[in-house]
Design a protein around this ligand. Sequence first.
Ligand SMILES: Cc1cc2nc3c(=O)[nH]c(=O)nc-3n(C[C@H](O)[C@H](O)[C@H](O)COP(=O)(O)OP(=O)(O)OC[C@H]3O[C@@H](n4cnc5c(N)ncnc54)[C@H](O)[C@@H]3O)c2cc1C
Length: 402
Amino acid sequence: MGHVIVVGAGQAGSSCVAKLRNGGFDGEVTLIGAEPVPPYQRPPLSKAYLLGDMSLERLFLRPEAFYADKRVTLRMGTEIESVDTAARTVTLPGETLSYDELVLTTGSTPNRLPASIGGNLEGVFVVRDLADVDAMAPRFKQGAKVLIVGGGYIGLEAASVAAKLGLDVVLVEMADRILQRVAAPETSDFFRALHRGHGVDIREGVGLDRLLGEGAVSGARLTDGTEIAADFVIVGVGIRPGVALAEAAGIEIDNGIKVDAQGRTSAPHVWAAGDCTSFPYRGGRIRLESVPNAIDQAEVVAENIMGAGKDYVAKPWFWSDQYDVKLQIAGLNSGYDRVVTRRVAADSVGFWYYRGEELVAVDAMNDPRGYMVGKRLIEAGRSPDPMAIADPATDLKALLKA
Ligand SMILES: Cc1cc2nc3c(=O)[nH]c(=O)nc-3n(C[C@H](O)[C@H](O)[C@H](O)COP(=O)(O)OP(=O)(O)OC[C@H]3O[C@@H](n4cnc5c(N)ncnc54)[C@H](O)[C@@H]3O)c2cc1C
């Protein structure tokens, strides 16, 4: 049945090998990852794990024994240096391995601040890998001053943990409002108020001019000329898809490794899944940065390696935890022109995004029912009357039957 090599031992890579074995694939399976630990969940890195509420063991997606039991050769701490798609080989330090099918699940790389503005000073962190979080965690001491650069979900989650642990938190966002790239002003307003209520100093519409310090960071100068002191800095300014290996191998890139609906790249016998890909979606092409996408797409790739011939149909959803608020997002809000507010209780609200008459996404804060119903309606291509959504007396579940 041949040898499947999966490069990138993260969420997608782990899901792919598990699905291969659970689906009865009997050939050789090798999972290779640059990090020194078995595949783990990233979402808790900026939530429960950083807060100290979750152990390392619980972070792992599967116990290490799982891989041996399933006859998956797990090679950790091993970075693949190159792929030869003609010879069907991958090269790692001092070794070349042959594959019959190759799956690239290389994830994404966090953007860093350039050294020219102090990005290389000691005490400046990104939040991507376990090692990043283990390195910053000892700094989370009551009274310490942290500057967070970037008001996206990662920055806001880090701010939430820091505020909960009693740090003095300043968050700067260059855009006019936090979450501008991903959410409506209503959602930004909700989270701004939440953070300010917990003492976070949120500054919007102001960028970072440069970080200050000799060797180690001691503060920052903002674009409005203000200087602030900081014991350490967390940078959450987006990620780039991990395309370097594929690109060097001559595989087509289009805002990520370009795959077809079944997960095939432009090179024969090479597949890709997860954060590193862009794939067909509703007549266009998208790239998603989320756990559900990594799992579902990787599982479809595994099935297709076994001959299923199945298309991946993404059903986007996402979540974020900040303080005692659970945000759940269904759908994609791109192109929305109207937001309908459904307030269920003082701390429970949903923002429903419409594009014309079509419901395209829901942001639900402490509103699991709104999220669940919204998700099912969006997936079914059904759009309830906005007036009914805005009325808290409307029985949402009845909309599913209507
Ligand atoms: C702090 C944080 C919080 C998040 N919170 C949420 C959330 O709440 N909800 C949600 O849905 N998503 C969340 N995400 C996003 C989610 O974790 C990712 O979308 C998901 O991990 C993507 O899985 P992946 O397998 O594609 O990539 P990854 O999990 O990043 O795995 C890729 C792996 O490939 C390895 N690799 C890359 N190149 C090579 C190479 N050449 N050789 C060997 N190995 C290589 C990398 O080291 C990495 O371990 C969060 C992410 C972070 C960082």
